[in-house]
Every structure is written in structure tokens, then in C-alpha cells.
Design a protein around this ligand. Sequence first.
Ligand SMILES: [Zn+2]
Length: 465
Amino acid sequence: MVFHLYNTLSRKKEVFRPIKDKQVNVYICGPTVYNFPHIGNYRAYVAGDLLIRYLKYQKYRVKFIQNLTDVDDKTIRDSQEQNKSLKEFTKPFIDGFFEDLRTLNILPAYKYPRATEHIKDMVKTIKKLLDKGLAYKTETGDIYFAINKFKGYGKLAHLNEEQLKSGASGRVSADEYDKENPRDFALWKAWTKEDGNVFWETEIGKGRPGWHIECSSMSSKYLGQPFDIHGGGVDLIFPHHENEIAQAEGAEGRQFVNYWFHNEWLLVDGQKMSKSAGNFYNLRDILNKGYNPLAVRYLLIATHYRQQVNFTFKGLDAARSSLQRLWDFMKKLDECNGEGNDEVVNKAVVNAVKSFEDNLNNDLEIAGALAAVFDFVKEINVVMPSLSKKNVKEIKKIMKLFDSVLGFIIVEEGKIDTSIQKLIDEREAARKAKDFKKADRIRDELKKQGIVLEDTPKGARWKRV
Ligand SMILES: [Zn+2]
């Protein structure tokens, strides 16, 4: 089976064919840097990482671009509230985002273009749309996209005639708006005093771009038009991605993107995550409770990207035990020095690789791919004492190959230890501050990871059990 990918545009699994042989260009909507991304956002980034890693596994060169939205309604609102410049306000969130990507072992993009550094490109696109009569300027200086002038509007979200008719009358200036009602949306927002010192003096006026134009301009700039794959969460299909298509195809008169890749929601304890429900977590909240970041990665990956994933702390514990099985297996391999069992090893390797690839070729069917890895581990475990050094080399090679896609099997021992030491230090600090509840909680979390603490006069010592 060749690689098949589900395309939101056609609502079908399609054979994946890149525009250029052996080269795939990918864009995945990045964060709006007005806070630390929540774990739902990381589901999208981890899903994209799985896709990119599997493309690389298939020997494609991948050019991956991810934007940073560092100017929009929310960044302006919150930076004004804190009396900070946009740059000063967004910096810690940009730094935090990159740190989280490393923590979750997400491969870095080729480039992370920032909206504020691409205003010229956006102005160029908006001018083209004005020239073609697909956009219009209001008396206040705002510029809107006229959705009834663009023939293909609604093709990604599959909006029907009725929805388009009822929606074509109004216009909306907010970057994010309700999902039922298609309306003319803002490409350019003329400066108002609420914007403070956030504005650009341009040929189309003094103001700032809308959110949607940021992504379509920056993606085509770096990846060309059309390019291969554009991704993001399902919540972005409408209006964000629909509007990106309208802008890019309206301006250039040709297809924008060939494959649209969307991941489903993340639920927490079976419910939609929200601040008011008290189930809202960013990555730091979870790691501060003592969980291993790779367990988070495992949990986010292990459910097929087009299904809702239910995030629970119990699920994280289970993810941690699954990982431990893999890590123990890798460790035990080093102790083997037997006669060898080429027949079993060769057969297991061939079967595992075939099953791993067959499953991932089927629109990244991750459950089957993980089963291939765990079945392989089980089969090898049975003959473990007889393995020769040569067998071990072969097995490690295959596990490394699997890990090039999964990103959680091969961990340097030091890396695990650093995260443990960090927790121990935090527990010490909690004890000193007489926050015994927190200290006990961290000790319990460590215990779950197989780490037992012994308090000595010189501080806590730990051992693995
Ligand atoms: Zn976007």
C-alpha cells in the first residue's frame, strides 16, 4: 500500500502525490503568542510532527513552515493592558513555545515566520485582491474580502447555498468569529485608538492586518502556490482556513493547497477544555505535577489524529507504563550475549516493519503501528536470553527506525534523570517552604515513575525500583 492521507477538501482518503518528486512542503498553523499554548494546541503540533516524521521516513525532503501570530486582536488587547510593547509582551510566550516543542520532542520547522515581519507581503496580497474587485475599502479605512465575489467560497468547510446566502450580507472585523455564519471578513484593520502604538503606515493605509491574511501570505511566500499540505485543528477549518483559500486563490487565480490535514479536538476528562470548567492545562501545568513529557507525547500521538483524544491523568500514567516497557526492553538488549537466534529475529523484523508501514500508509493509522512495535518487543522478549550481539544490533536498528517516526523510544538516560532531578529539587523547595502537600504529591508522582526517595541529612537521594 502506498501512503494515503485523508484530505478535508475532498472528505476522502487519497493517494498522496507531492507536487515535486521527493519533496513535500508543509504548513501548520502555529500559536497566537498571547499565552502559553494549552495541551489541545499541542495535539495539533504533535499530529503534524507525526505526519512530517513519517514523510521523512519515506525519504521525502520536507520543508515545514509554522507561523507565529504575534499581532492580532488578542495580542494587542493584552499587551495594552500590561502596558508593554507588542514585542516585549510576546517574547516570553515565543520562548516558551520553542521550549515546549523541544520538551515534547517535536522536530523544528524550517522557519517560524512572524506576522509582524511580513506586513509587506500581506499588503501586496491585499492590493491584488482590491485590484481584482474581490476586496473593498470602507469609509473607515478597513478592507474586507467580498465572499460573494469569490466563486469557491465554502468549498473546504462544505458550506451549502443556504448558509452562503444568509451569510453574504454581513461583515465582521474580529479575527475570530462564530462558525455558523459566513461573512465578509477583515483583511486590513484601519488604526483606531484602541490599537495604541500598534500600526503600520502602508500604501493601503495606516493600520494592521487581519489574522487570516497572515497565514495565507506567509505560507505561499515560503512554500509556493500551490503547496502540498496545510494542517491545523478542525476548529480552524472554518472560518480561518476557508478564508485563507479565498485570499490566496482569489489573489493568484490558482489552487492554494493540495491536501488539507486536520486533527480532532482534545477533551479533558471527557469534556471540552475550558478555563471555567477548571480543566484547562498548558504543558507546564502537567509537567509541574511530575509527569514525564514523553508520556504526554505518547498520549497525544496514540489516538488517531482524526479521532477525539481524551486526556486524563490516568491515561498519562498508562502512557508512562507503556513507555517504560519500551525503555526496559532497550536496556535489557545491552545485556544480551548469547548464541544468536537469527531465524526468529529476521522474521520478527520483517513482519514488524511491514505492519508498521502498512498501518501508517493508511492515513497514519497509529494504533496498528504501535501494536506492530509492541508485538515486536513481545516476540523478541521471548528469545531475549539467546540473542547475539549481531541480533541486538539489528533489533536496535529497527527500533531506531520506528523511533524516527514516534520520537519516544530512544531516550538518553541522562535526559530522564534531569527531569527526575528537577522534580526532586522542586520537592526540596516545597519542603523548605513547608508546603508538605506539594512535597508529598511530587513524591507520589516519582513513585509512579519507579523512583523511590530517601531523605538524608544531605538532601534526598533517589533510586529506581
Ligand atoms: Zn493559520
